[in-house]
Design a protein around this ligand. Sequence first.
Ligand code: ADP
Ligand code: MG
Length: 174
Amino acid sequence: MSLSIFLIGARGCGKTTVGEALSQALGYAFRDTDHHLQLMTQRSVAEVVADEGWEGFRAREAESLIAVTAPATIIATGGGMVLAEANRHFMREQGRVIWLNAPPEVLAKRLENQPEAAQRPTLTGRPIAEEMSDVLQERAHLYRAAAHHEVNAMQTPERVVDDILHSLSLARAS
Ligand code: ADP
Ligand code: MG
């Protein structure tokens, strides 16, 4: 099999961490839509948002999704990728979609521990924990609608990878 596997979920749920581990386990390539966007624009996500607004960022995000999608590839997506119906449709049609779900407090704690440079500007300027709770409430139904499978992202990355492999009936590459 040579699937495209899309990892969706809010910032901090482990898409990059789990995606890299999953790509190792399967011998698949790993791509990250945020990383692709940064390479294409030669700017950080924060800079693109500052220059072009969230709307401009969302348009570039959709382009990045299409650009990185390939067979035998794990694709870590930006937290807001599911906001656009076209993106949800594209991912479901092109491959298997996995939602890494964790409660807002856990996500906020992980993000607070990240270095400043790795942090994205918040949507509202409010504290991360508060905003994360609202964002998840707004988006949970979109993650659920887009995903073929939902995985508990509070586990260790290795356990998350095992759950994904199990849900897709895939074995680790030996
Ligand atoms: P995303 O790409 O979804 O924004 P990351 O993979 O960058 O998330 O992870 C965000 C932070 O949380 C990183 O500091 C990472 O080390 C940590 N992290 C990711 N997955 C887990 C996990 N399953 N358990 C504990 N910490 C995790
Ligand atoms: Mg990431």
